[in-house]
Ligand binder design. Structure first.
Ligand code: ATP
Length: 232
């Protein structure tokens, strides 16, 4: 479904991603792992066209998307939950969700009603502005916005970061529900235990390079790999 081949991404003259390749199959859930500054966010931003790679290829459902504007990439069926969530704090919960749908113009299973069924708290807070939301609620709203675009692939940046263990458990269940609707996921997260519960396959980044890949079970049980690339 998604093939990233040898992409090189820069911030000005700083060469951050160095020949990164990865692939995500339809229906799969794939993790991008690695320590702070390894290049996880930059990989997601590169796919989304927000920090376009200078070279390499990104194909999605057989079409080249490298070089397209982010909104065209979104309309092709990829949505993105950034680590800073990017919800509109001056808008109500309902307005945030409807705006995402209107911008993307893709219809499908996910309507505001379906998103509110998945996250009942968003129904409770339908008319409240985002500023008053807790961190966990903002995350749910941001994920809800991503779903309202009716994507086939969702990129999630640090979904578990900053959440209490109980909320993470709920998030794991929610991701399971989302996957039952046929969605494919690529997520960047430093929480190996969380990734093991929601992903089948993982890529480990270090200094902008893929240094290891394998099933999440294999990564989880490889003490050397965990110590070398993931332990803090
Ligand atoms: N806007 C920017 N301008 C310049 N350099 C940047 C910018 N954003 C990130 N970098 C650098 O690019 C490298 C990769 O950062 P990136 O945010 O992709 O890593 P990450 O794995 O997502 O880490 P984190 O978990 O801390 O977000 C780091 O060295 C970082 O300092």
């Amino acid at each position: 479904m998604l093939e990233v081949e040898k992409i090189n991404t820069y911030y000005d003259s700083s060469h951050v991603l160095q020949s990164v390749s990865l692939s995500v199959q339809s229906g799969q859930s794939v993790a991008l792992l690695g320590r702070n500054g390894a290049g996880k966010t930059t990989t997601l931003r590169s796919i989304m066209g927000l920090t376009p790679p200078r070279t390499g290829s990104i194909t999605f459902e057989g079409k080249q998307i490298r070089g397209l504007a982010p909104y065209d990439i979104a309309r092709s069926g990829i949505s993105y939950m950034p680590d800073d969530l990017r919800i509109f704090v001056d808008l109500t919960c309902e307005e945030n969700l409807e705006l995402a749908h209107r911008v993307c113009k893709r219809s499908g299973y996910w309507t505001r009603q379906k998103v509110e069924e998945l996250f009942p708290v968003l129904a409770d807070r339908r008319n409240q502005k985002g500023l008053s939301f807790s961190g966990g609620e903002k995350k749910m709203l941001s994920l809800g916005r991503a779903l309202m675009m009716n994507p086939s692939l969702v990129l999630l940046d640090e979904p578990s970061e900053g959440l209490a263990p109980l909320v993470i458990r709920k998030l794991i269940e929610t991701i399971g529900e989302i996957r039952k609707r046929g969605l494919t996921l690529l997520l960047a997260d430093q929480n190996l235990k969380f990734c093991r519960q929601v992903c089948e396959y993982g890529y480990i980044l270090e200094k902008g390079t893929v240094v290891h890949e394998g099933t999440m079970e294999a990564i989880w049980s490889d003490e050397d790999v965990v110590k070398r690339y993931l332990a803090v």
